[in-house]
Write a protein that binds this ligand. Structure first.
Ligand SMILES: [Zn+2]
Length: 84
């Protein structure tokens, strides 16, 4: 795993640590560019959130859609803005 931006990766690691220690539920997914396993916050029940994200490992940008319908979180990362 080649980390392109160590500062951004450290910030992500801090965020992940705080959430994991705090018991915050997270959803995992793979970066659509480098396939690194990443984690994201889960939106409130029966809502969804879309965002432009930057991978903390490869520093490439992608669209991320996270939904939580029926308490079943689904993460769809995409490099195609039409799909996201
Ligand atoms: Zn990546």
């Amino acid at each position: 795993m080649k980390i392109k931006n160590p500062v951004a990766f450290a910030n992500y690691a801090d965020w992940l640590t705080r959430n994991m220690v705090g018991g915050v539920p997270l959803a995992s997914y793979s970066c659509p560019h480098c396939a690194a396993t990443l984690h994201t916050a889960i939106p409130c029940l029966n809502t969804e959130a879309d965002s432009l994200s930057t991978c903390p490992v490869c520093s490439k940008v992608f669209f991320k859609s996270v939904s939580n319908y029926g308490n079943y979180p689904v993460v769809i990362p995409s490099i195609d803005p039409v799909i996201a």
